[in-house]
Design a protein around this ligand. Structure first.
Ligand code: MD3
Ligand code: FE
Length: 205
């Protein structure tokens, strides 16, 4: 099934489920080279642990957010994006009406119980015409999204294991956030939730 959440945003419930074991293997492979870590921002440490793969990865420190070609923690290039990840993202984008998606980065967020992500916009990618493809794995999350200004009314949806949402067009710069994860159990991830966001990046590197 496919649900249009708002103009440009398409929800594909369970789209990633057939690939779940390959996705978990890919996450493990990436995290051996680029371990999960909690970035420190001006507001303190982030509660979600993060890593990245692909030609560039998302990083944060107290001076700001940016995409880099190397992992600041190891000095190594970010690991290549596993084919299982890239193919899933390209198929999901096409299913949502975005043909030719060519992601250069996949940010992997890991949420333990109590972790969340405050309201924000994703606007450091430099490719406003490209969608962001998000894939949820493991325990559920209450996800809220609004409009192009911070204080517009929010819709809340529950993102479940295997759900994919493609955020493009008019939804690309919507404000969004993740409520603190509740303590529940998933057979593949224990108490954890993983979220993969695939992005096309254009930055001065
Ligand atoms: C709507 N991640 O990494 S995925 C992020 O569950 C992020 O980890 C959340 O927000 C998570 O930046 C949410 C859904 C999502 C991702 C990107 C978006 C929704 C979006 C970009 C624009 C609008
Ligand atoms: Fe985001």
């Amino acid at each position: 099934p496919r649900t249009v959440l708002t103009e440009g945003a398409v929800w594909l419930p369970g789209f990633a489920l057939p690939d779940a074991s390959a996705l978990h293997q890919a996450i493990t492979d990436v995290s051996v080279i680029a371990p999960f870590r909690h970035f420190h921002t001006r507001m303190g440490p982030m509660s979600a642990a993060m890593t990245s793969c692909g030609a560039c990865g998302w990083t944060a420190d107290p001076s700001g957010y940016r995409y880099t070609r190397t992992d600041p923690q190891t000095g190594l290039f970010w690991p290549a994006m596993p084919d299982a990840l890239r193919h899933l993202a390209v198929r999901a984008a096409a299913e949502a009406g975005y043909d030719g998606f060519d992601p250069s980065s996949c940010l992997i967020n890991r949420y333990a119980p109590g972790a969340g992500m405050g309201l924000h916009q994703d606007r450091d990618e430099g490719r406003p015409e490209a969608p962001i493809v998000s894939v949820s794995l493991g325990v559920p999350a209450r996800f809220s999204f609004g409009g192009l200004t911070r204080n517009e009314p929010k819709r809340i949806i529950e993102l479940l294991d295997g759900d994919v949402v493609v955020w493009g067009g008019a939804s690309r710069f919507a404000w969004h956030g993740v409520s603190r994860i509740r303590e529940t159990f998933h057979p593949q991830t224990g108490a954890m939730r993983y979220n993969l966001t695939f992005r096309a990046i254009n930055v001065a590197l």
